[in-house]
Design a protein around this ligand. Sequence first.
Ligand code: CP
Ligand code: NVA
Length: 319
Amino acid sequence: MAQPMAQSMGQRHFLDLADLSAATLRGLLDAAHARKAARAGLPTAMPDPDQPLNGHMLGMVFDKPSTRTRLSFDLAMRQLGGQTMLLNQADTQLGRGETIEDTARVMARFCDIVMLRTGPHENLTAYAAASDVPVINGLTASGHPCQILADLMTFEEHKGALEGRRIAWFGDGNNVAVSLAQAAALLGFELALAVPDAFMLPDDVLAWAADKPGKITRCESPQDAARGAAALVTDCWVSMSDDPETAEKRAAAFGAYQVTQELMALGDGAIFMHCLPAYRGKEVTAEVIDGPKSVVFDEAENRCHAQKTILTYCLGLDA
Ligand code: CP
Ligand code: NVA
């Protein structure tokens, strides 16, 4: 049967920050700040005054665990005037072999927009190619763009303009690091990488970033990366898509990259950022993540504000 590819490709998906122009990313960030400010002081379950997604349904498919992504998309839709339906992949027919493409076509009959969290990025792109409604990347092994929109917003709240600033990343060159590198490249800030060679970000990501306004710097040591940084950022050493059997090897490789008070002191009044969930005593000391420069719970809250602008953008209603 002819697949409605043209229509599907005409959808405004949100799959990867590298798909966006710098102006679009900037517009999403500005809209997120404005939307957060516009509902300041309102009780959590009170909708935003404009309710732009009144009557709209978001479908969420989780093939991996989630706390923040699930809560923040659900609340974002409610505050925008819409509703959500949730599928845990293991409980669906996807879990027993129904194709991604058929699932995407079925969901489009029930939902105006879909958020998918899965492992292989190819699952997401296959889903989006078959979908007659916009698809949002709620995390794959290759990227976590929703997280980075919230993190950029959080940085700006605490440290001001991003352009020309230095942000340092420690440990694994994982999905979150990839999305942060894409944002740096587009928005013109420096991402200083303290990442062991064996866990470096993929070559194609670094090559894509090379001729963009931002700068990706590979540093010799964690201390080199931290020097002059406005934010120190890290993530867990074993991601959901990694083989748990590699945990010991990863701990050995990343031990020297733990974010400590000593590293924080090398920054320029640096804040500490982490997408959560965090493992105290591994990628970060308790002293840092529970200390006065940590903004991790602001990052979590901002997931909701940032995702509202992604939802309205994908539906052509904003930004
Ligand atoms: N940071 C993040 O995406 O958290 P969850 O895995 O809990 O959704
Ligand atoms: N890198 C982590 C992020 C969790 C939100 C993972 O993929 O598990």
